[in-house]
Design a protein around this ligand. Structure first.
Ligand code: DQA
Length: 145
């Protein structure tokens, strides 16, 4: 089983970006934790980050041919991007949406997600554990458990 982990805009700033909201783990730390869990679960992952909507769309399209599903933190595109939603639906692979912060408890504009209604599941509010829980959920879903 192979899964693509997609990090959206500004997530490369993790560690120094609003640490009181997003914690002090860097993006490399998050990816290392995911790699460790993936090998424990016996799955392969690849990771990708971009600040650009079109690059994210191109990656999803191109990666869909070699992966079984996506784990995605769409960052601010969560709240704005119909194109990202359409792209994920279009490649016909299950995906799990994750957020480090509790988006439901923050500004009003963060409460709406274009992706959540078409995601296999959503995990938010647990920092790096949102990714780890999301990976476990996606693997279970793909394994039909
Ligand atoms: C985020 C939440 C989004 O609202 C925000 O724009 C981000 C990060 C999170 O992981 O909590 O960039 O996706």
């Amino acid at each position: 089983m192979r899964i693509a982990v997609v990090h959206g805009p500004n997530l490369r700033l993790l560690g120094r970006r609003e640490p009181e909201v997003y914690g002090t783990d860097t993006l490399d730390d998050v990816n290392e934790r995911l790699e460790a869990l993936a090998s424990e679960l016996g799955v392969q992952i690849e990771t990708f980050q971009s600040n650009h909507e079109g690059e994210l769309l191109d990656f999803i399209d191109e990666a869909a041919g070699r992966v079984d599903g996506f784990l995605i933190n769409p960052g601010a595109f969560t709240h704005t991007s119909i194109a990202l939603r359409d792209g994920l639906v279009g490649v016909d692979r299950p995906f799990v949406e994750v957020h480090l912060s509790n988006t439901a408890g923050r500004e009003r504009f963060r409460r709406h997600s274009y992706l959540s209604p078409v995601a296999s599941g959503v995990v938010y509010g647990f920092g790096v554990h949102s990714y780890l829980l999301g990976l476990r959920g996606l693997v279970a879903r793909l394994a039909g458990r």
